[in-house]
Design a protein around this ligand. Structure first.
Ligand SMILES: Cc1ncc(COP(=O)(O)O)c(C=O)c1O
Length: 387
């Protein structure tokens, strides 16, 4: 296969070789435990603290407000369950949206089983949460509002600054899952009224199995696992030093070119959207035109199954997906696309194309050449079978 294109960067990104280089010593010569007081331990601790500074700086936080975790899922769980258990005496109500990642929705379902009241806000047909709906849902018992910065499937960017301000005016904390948003849009925890923010390194050309949670100073939060005192007691366990170093490097490198990367990805995104819509009949763009991640294209193809498209494109060297990687093996329609008011067939017909900073115009042009052929082949096969 001569031409290939990896266009599934919201599932995960290729690791930047500069990140790997920074990590390498921590798999070998630098093996100390950061909690040890000897020099081997201190070297590891210094590396962890250097990474903490880099992650904090990228979102305008203090290093003491960043804890390292095993990924976006754990960050979401600590944020939501940790705030819920520490603040239960103040209230038992949490507001979120029905299009959150399962890392948020499933911990909310679990909290409901333990007596918490959860409001799952609907979204409009572009996938936007209305700040007014958040305001109306607030009660004196609301302790937390958790709304993602940008959606992993349809790429809709939420008005988080406004929602954060509304949460605060009602006396609640504001958490945002920024796993897909970080480095794809500027994030400033102060300006954006954020108390807790989840990140994952592997979505930013860093390693898998490491993430971070920003917890604003003085936020009342409990750990959800118990052990030693690492990560300010909020995430006990010996640190994943190599992973943490990789995360710090990935964020630092990403920040250096963020503005140019956003510009480039936006051009490629729009070229992809226009290219597919102008060459394929019966195709619909999901999500918002104006409030959209710079790297996200989500399309629905009348009469087709997104999985067939993914398989056919894979045979031609193009990697895309039907939705999020974590549920792409599931047969249930996407809860995100369904929330836009799309019927079950429409949900099944979804194809997500997500760009990364390494993608070239040539890769997009390869997709634009192959996709119309693949759609035509599948449609004619369907017509022969059922027509
Ligand atoms: C919005 C969002 N939150 C959380 C996660 C989970 O992150 P991780 O894979 O690091 O656990 C993902 C992963 O796809 C995501 O897209």
């Amino acid at each position: 296969m001569d031409r290939t294109a990896y266009l599934d960067n919201s599932a995960t990104t290729p690791m930047d070789p500069r990140v790997l280089r920074e990590m390498e010593p921590f798999f070998g010569s630098v093996y100390g435990n950061p909690s040890s007081i000897h020099s081997a331990g201190r070297r590891a601790a210094e590396a962890v603290e250097a990474a903490r500074k880099k992650v904090a700086k990228a979102m305008n936080a203090r290093p003491s407000e960043v804890i390292f975790t095993s990924g976006g899922t754990e960050s979401d769980n600590i944020a939501i369950q940790g705030v819920a258990s520490a603040n239960r005496s103040h209230g038992d109500h949490i507001i979120t949206s029905c299009i959150e990642h399962h890392a948020v929705l499933h911990i909310c379902h679990h909290l409901e089983e333990t007596g918490f009241k959860i409001t799952y806000l609907p979204v409009d047909k572009e996938g936007l949460v209305s700040p007014d709906a958040v305001r109306k849902a607030m009660t004196p018992d609301t302790i937390l509002v958790s709304i993602m910065a940008a959606n992993s499937e349809i790429g809709t960017v939420q008005p988080i600054r406004e929602i954060g301000a509304i949460a605060h005016s009602g006396g609640a904390l504001f958490h945002t899952d920024a796993v897909q948003a970080m480095l794809k849009m500027p994030i400033d925890v102060d300006r954006d009224n954020i108390d807790l923010l989840s990140l994952s390194a592997h979505k930013m050309h860093g390693p898998k199995g490491v993430g971070a949670l920003f917890v604003k100073k003085s936020t009342k939060i409990s750990p959800i696992t118990y052990g030693g005192g690492q990560e300010f007691g909020l995430r006990p366990s010996t640190e994943n030093v190599a992973g943490i170093v990789g995360m710090g490097a990935a964020v630092e490198i990403g920040m250096l070119s963020m503005d140019q990367d956003i510009e480039r990805m936006t051009v490629l995104r729009d070229r992809t959207i226009e290219g597919v819509i102008s060459s394929v009949p019966g195709v619909h763009l999901s999500g918002s035109r104006d409030h959209r991640l710079c790297n996200n294209v989500h399309l629905r193809f009348d009469g087709l199954d997104g999985k067939d498209l993914v398989i056919m494109l894979d045979r031609k060297g193009i990697a895309v997906s039907t939705g999020t990687a974590c549920s792409s093996r599931s047969v249930a329609p996407s809860h995100v696309v369904a929330a836009l008011g799309v019927d079950a067939q429409g949900c099944r017909s979804s194809l997500r194309i997500t760009l990364g900073r390494n993608n070239s115009q040539d890769e997009v042009d390869h997709l634009l050449e192959v996709l119309p052929q693949v759609v035509a082949e599948l449609r004619s096969a369907e017509a022969t079978l059922y027509g």
